[in-house]
Design a protein around this ligand. Structure first.
Ligand code: ZN
Ligand code: ZN
Length: 98
């Protein structure tokens, strides 16, 4: 008599072929809605379904590798732009106070 079902490891889910864990929500399928919890204006109480993997209707927090790569590339671009803007703002502040 085997009770393999009970031994089944939920955390050792194989990632579907060609998919990767969603980089937007880390596979949680929900993301912060950025309204700010109690002040939330989108009725999600601070959480909303991940727009990248689709949340509830998605693929268990997985996205196609191409989608993840596109998202990460965009993140890198935004990060670089932010760093650049920050450095410029700092330089301006420094110039103004010196
Ligand atoms: Zn909200
Ligand atoms: Zn996601």
């Amino acid at each position: 008599m085997s009770t393999d079902y009970d031994d089944w490891d939920h955390y050792d889910h194989p990632v579907p072929e060609g998919y990767t864990l969603c980089p937007r929500c880390d596979g949680n399928q929900t993301v912060a809605c950025h309204c700010g919890g109690d002040l939330c204006v989108c009725d999600n109480q601070g959480e909303r379904y991940c727009p990248l993997c689709g949340g509830e209707y998605g693929d268990e927090g997985y996205v196609k590798k191409e989608v993840a790569e596109k998202y990460l590339a965009r993140q890198r671009e935004m990060h670089a732009a932010f760093q650049k803007g920050w450095a410029e703002a700092e330089a301006r502040t420094k110039a103004a106070t010196e």
